[in-house]
Design a protein around this ligand. Structure first.
Ligand SMILES: NC(=O)c1ccc[n+]([C@@H]2O[C@H](COP(=O)([O-])OP(=O)(O)OC[C@H]3O[C@@H](n4cnc5c(N)ncnc54)[C@H](OP(=O)(O)O)[C@@H]3O)[C@@H](O)[C@H]2O)c1
Length: 305
């Protein structure tokens, strides 16, 4: 039986020479009590995580920033030892500077390691009259999502690239995309005004959803793939699959570690989330797995998205 390895020590080289940790801490669906976000981020870094995944949409960047400041003050880690990702939501498709500078301010950082275009979509920026908050997914009277007319989703990537390539601007270390299909990437490569190949494409991947076509395409092009919702999202349904439980017993690993192994054996970045600090130790290790087990996990039947 192969030995357990420390997933927090695995790093991938990006196409611009920078390094990205294979295991990141996901921070979607933050609890209303933001002190839980702060405590979990501190606990994750103390447990060995060096990569945090957030987004403007998640509305938890301030609490993450507070956690990071405390970790720096306590001397637990230095800024350069961490990898922080944020994302630009489609309401800001043509206002990247506004979105990104707000994220940076809330994170209380001088730079982020990776900024992603969250979706290849353009939504209008509408504020709710009562709350004053941005309506992240605006809908019309019939409940249909309102997309901006005559807008090109590549505009967001172009604006990100402009900041990234500006020699006098050091706020972004790498840029990438999220939820891009092969066709979206081909569109991007065809645009003569874009010079920079995305470093990362972040897409949904979990047992039963291997996404082989887009993963192969990205890996051929030198784009690192990050898989989100690795445990199947809310409630962790992928961790409850009989196959994952059987493999956990057979391979002497937690169910979480089986999934982490599935990702790392495919050279994918994984960004699992828990808002329970006591669960963090279950998501730190992995093992080398034979191809047959990877295929079994890829092909398992699932009844969730
Ligand atoms: N780019 C995008 O469009 C996009 C979309 C979605 C997500 N993401 C990113 O990907 C990250 C991960 O996705 P996700 O947060 O949706 O879901 P996930 O990591 O697949 O699953 C999280 C769920 O698993 C549960 N869980 C964790 N460990 C468990 C255990 N040992 N036993 C039972 N349940 C367990 C968590 O519950 P507890 O909290 O109760 O432990 C939580 O409900 C996000 O946080 C976000 O950073 C990106």
């Amino acid at each position: 039986m192969s030995e357990k390895l420390n997933a927090t020590k695995v790093n991938y080289k990006l196409n611009n020479g920078k390094t990205m940790p294979a295991l990141g801490f996901g921070t979607f669906c933050a609890p209303e009590d933001q002190s839980i976000v702060k405590d979990c981020v501190i606990a994750a870094v103390k447990a060995g995580y060096r990569h945090i995944d957030t987004a403007y949409l998640y509305q938890d960047e301030k609490a993450i920033g507070d956690a990071l400041q405390e970790l720096f003050k306590e001397g637990v880690v230095k800024r350069e030892e961490l990898f922080i990702t944020t994302k630009v939501w489609p309401n800001f498709w043509d206002k990247v500077e506004e979105s990104f500078s707000t994220s940076l301010k809330n994170l209380q950082l001088e730079y982020v390691d990776l900024v992603l275009q969250h979706w290849p979509l353009c939504y209008p920026k509408i504020t709710d009259n009562e709350t004053g908050y941005i309506v992240f997914t605006p809908t019309d009277d019939q409940g249909n999502i309102m997309e901006e007319k005559d807008a090109s989703y590549l505009e967001t990537y172009k604006q990100l690239e402009k900041i990234y390539l500006d020699e006098n601007d050091h706020r972004i270390r790498s840029i990438g995309v999220s939820n891009y299909t092969v066709d979206n990437l081909k569109d991007l490569f065809r645009d003569p005004t874009i010079q920079t190949c995305p470093s990362v494409n972040q897409i949904a991947i979990h047992p039963g959803k291997p996404q082989n076509e887009i993963v192969d395409y990205c890996q051929e092009k030198g784009i690192v793939v990050t898989g989100y919702t690795p445990y199947g999202s809310q409630g962790g349904p992928a961790l409850k699959l009989p196959l994952i439980k059987q493999l956990s017993e057979k391979l002497d690993m937690s169910v979480n570690e089986v999934v982490i192994s599935y990702f790392l054996n495919r050279n994918l970045v994984i960004i699992p989330r828990t808002w329970k600090t006591e669960r963090l130790p279950q998501s730190l290790h992995y093992k080398k797995l034979p191809k047959e087990i990877i295929e079994q996990i890829s092909n398992v039947k699932i009844d969730f998205e």
